[in-house]
Structure formats: C-alpha cells, structure tokens
Design a binder for this molecule. Structure first.
Ligand code: ARG
Length: 458
C-alpha cells in the first residue's frame, strides 16, 4: 500500500510529474471555506442520523474549524501529494484529531463533495455579481439624471443619425444591465441545489438525510438523481454565459467611452484616476481601463467556450476532465467583478465636454429627419419628403452649408410648403424634444424612463 488516501490497491507511487499533473490544489484551494462548510453539514447530518456518535461528530467538527483557522493564519501546508483541497483538508484533519477524522468521508465521495463546494461558491459569487450590477445601474441613473440637458449625436453605422440626449444613450446600458441582473437572479434557482449525498455515482447504503444537509447549507432543494448530481455542470456553463453577456455589454460601453474620449470626438474626459500615460509620448492620456475591460470580455467568452467543449462528449458520470471546470469560472468571476467595479468608478468620475457636444450636434445633418417629418406634417408622403430632403442635403454639401443655413427661398425652391417655422423645427433642441414617444429621446420621455428605472432600484 502507498501513502495515498486511495493507496490500498496500489503497489507503487505515481511519478512526481504525474502527481503534479493530476493535482488541482494550486487552484481549488480557494474552495476551502466551502469545503469545510460542506463537511461540517455532512458530519452534523451523520450524527443526527446516528451514523457518527456525538463525540465523533464533535471532534470532527471542531477539527475542521481548527483546520480552517490554520489555513487562514497561513499555518496549513498544502501539498500536491494530497492532490486537491478535499484530500488536503482530510489529511490535515486526521493529523489533528487522529483516525476518527477518517470517518468524515462516510456516505459521500469527492464527486458529490466537489460539486457541493462549487454550488456553494458559485451561489455566493453570483450574489456578489448581482450587487455589483446594481451599483453600476445606480451610477448610470445618477449620471443620466445629472446630465439630462446634454445633447449628443446619436449614431447608426457610426454615422451621425439623429441627436439624442446623453442621458438617453447612457440609460440604454441601464436596461442591458437590468436584463443581466435578472438573468443572474433567475439562474440562482438552478445553482441553489445540493448534490451532497449523491455519493460517487449511485447514492449510498447509509441511511443519510440529504434534505437535512441541504438545509444546513442553505440550499433550497436537492438534485433528484444522483448521477445527474455528480456530473451536472450546466450551472457553471450558465453562469459563464451570464458573465459573458454582462462582459459583452461592458465591452460595448468601453468601446464607446474610448471613442468619446478620442481627440477626434472629445466628448468626455476620464479622470486621471482611471487613465494612464505613455512611457514615451508625454502628451498621452490613455483609456486603458476601458480597453482592458473590452479585452477581458474575450477571456470570459473563451472560458464559456472552453467549458462547453469540456462537457460536450463526456459520458455519465464523473470524469476527471471535470476537474478542468474550475480555473475558467474562477477567473471569469474575478474578471467580471473587477470590470464592474472599474466601470462604476470610471462613470462616477468622468466629465462631459458640454461645449464640444453642443457644437458637434449643431454642425451636422442629423436634423434631416426633422425636415422630412415637417414635410409629412404638411401632407407630403414620407417617401417624397425623403427625396426632397436628400436633394437639399446634397445641395448643402456642395455649397459647404448645413440645413439651418439655407435661406427660406432655397428651401422653397425644393418644396413650396416649407415656411418660416422650419428654422425652429431644425434646431437640435426641438428635434430631440419632439421625440416624446414612449422610450424615445425627448426630455419628458427620458424622465419617464428614469422614473421607471428608479423604481426598479428600490
Ligand atoms: N479534484 C477533483 C475535481 O475537482 C475532485 C473530484 C475527484 N474525484 C475523483 N473521482 N477523482 O474534479
């Protein structure tokens, strides 16, 4: 027999590099709290069911607590020889309380144990992500409220389309994040399930009570099928998918921030606290944080793809491939929490170059739809109006003017029904404020939108 926990049927030890390749302790150690929480619940249940004596359970539970204290104080030695966090904890427990520590693993396997740890970990992290999304939503709403008077160009194809309120533009991200938060909340129902007591694959001969251990761990329900319990990784895939979506939204917002901050646009300034300089070019102030978020969204989507590929061809039930389910999700969780926090800070501290925006929106053709709508109000068909305005725009381009610079005569040469009131209709402010259809960019409509958003935050 060898020194391994599973060494009974072996005559030789694995080679060092095999042991290193097999081990997950260097990344699954972050599960230690969850692992010990799960073990305490398991031991408590075993005692209540008369499978462990009161004294044994008491020894095991206080031993586990002492192991966690050692770990937190940096006194616990983790070793690849014990492969993963589960066996490192078990070894430390046995070293502390002796042979009785070996009774903890009665009626369970590492297969249901690791799944339990992962469910507990992901449930907790998803709750953090939801909180973080809510903080960002609050910041966006505040930014929208404070800048309700600011007009900016709205784009399609990155060509000026129609002027919009800055608040309207930024609030679009509020609603994306609203959906992201809802997705995470809805996913909790599937994460909040206990696999504990499924054993290696088929349950156990001991008279355990899975509901009891699930209750002790705060799970809402248990897996109904032991084989499903130990091989299901859907909840990790779903979480990665939800993380990828929120990261994709943050990436789009980052891209806009980068463009807004470019010298070409110059719509906003990011604070010095959220930007960096160049080692060579003294004039540079770079939006690195936004670029990093945009870049990191590639990593989280990569983790989702990796996880789908990992599980795709696996037969039931546990296969060691599944040890590879961890690093991607651990990294994605850190990444999304970091990105949400950075985005929050960036938005809290940015300033808007109002004069630049004001000038920008008054010097373009984004009021062309206004003119077309004006003609429609005078009874012209929209298609005809479109053509008339198109010709006027072309005329302006050739003569270096904007629509507002045309004389009434010039307008009337193109259509007789254009009158003096056209100038007011062409002003950017009028153009924005007349769009008060529900969900539109008119000030009243945006205020109504923000009221609804505020209700959601309460
Ligand atoms: N470290 C393993 C993992 O993360 C724990 C489960 C091991 N189970 C087994 N049957 N070898 O997947």
């Amino acid at each position: 027999m060898t020194k391994k926990a599973w060494g009974g049927r072996f005559q030789g030890e694995p080679l060092d590099y095999v042991e290193a390749f097999n081990a997950s302790i260097h990344f699954d150690k972050i599960l230690i709290e969850k692992d010990i929480e799960g073990s305490i619940a398991h031991a408590t249940m075993l005692e209540k069911k008369g499978i462990l004596s009161e004294v044994e359970a008491e020894q095991i539970i206080s031993g586990l607590k002492a192991v966690l204290e050692d770990f937190n104080a940096g006194r616990m030695e983790l070793s690849v020889q014990h492969e993963d966090i589960h066996m490192n904890v078990e070894r430390a427990l046995i070293n502390k309380i002796g042979e009785v520590g070996g009774k903890l693993h009665t009626g369970r396997s590492r297969n249901d144990q690791v799944a339990t740890d992962m469910h507990l970990y992901i449930k907790e992290q998803v709750e953090h992500i939801i909180e973080s999304i809510n903080s960002l939503k609050k910041t966006i709403l505040t930014l929208a409220e404070e800048n309700i008077h600011v007009i900016m160009p709205g784009y399609t194809h990155l060509q000026r389309a129609q002027p919009v309120l800055f608040s309207h533009h930024i609030m679009a991200y509020f609603w994306m994040l609203q959906r992201d938060g809802e997705r995470f909340s809805e996913s909790l129902k599937r994460i909040d399930l206990s696999p504990l007591g499924a054993g290696a694959i088929s349950g156990t001969t001991f008279d355990i009570d899975r509901e009891m251990s699930a209750d002790l761990l705060g799970f809402s329900d248990i897996y109904q099928n032991s084989m499903d319990a130990v091989s299901d990784r859907d909840y990790i895939i779903e979480t990665l998918s939800n993380i990828s979506l929120v990261m994709m939204h943050l990436s789009r917002l980052s891209e806009e921030i980068i463009f807004w901050m470019s010298e070409e646009a110059n719509f906003i300034q990011l604070s010095d606290q959220f930007t960096t300089g160049s080692s060579m070019m003294p004039q540079k102030k770079n939006p690195d944080m936004a670029e990093l978020i945009r870049g990191k969204s590639g990593r989280t989507t990569g983790a989702l793809m990796g996880m789908l590929m990992l599980v795709k061809g696996l037969p039931l039930t546990y296969n060691k491939d599944l040890q590879e389910d961890k690093e991607g999700i651990f990294d994605a969780v850190t990444t999304v929490l970091g990105s949400l926090e950075i985005m929050n800070g960036m938005l809290e501290t940015l300033s808007i170059n109002e004069e630049v925006l004001e000038e920008t929106v008054s010097e373009d053709f984004s009021n062309a739809t206004e003119l077309a709508d004006y003609l429609v109000q005078k009874g012209v068909s929209f298609r005809k109006a479109h053509e008339v305005v198109g010709k006027l725009v072309l005329k302006c381009i050739h003569s270096g003017k904007y629509l507002k610079n045309l004389s009434l005569e010039e307008f009337r040469q193109h259509h007789r029904s254009i009158e003096d009131d056209i100038y007011d209709q062409l002003s950017t402010r009028t153009s924005v404020d007349r769009r008060n259809s529900r969900g539109g960019t008119g000030t009243e409509a945006v205020i109504e939108q923000m009221k609804r958003a505020e209700k959601l935050l309460k």
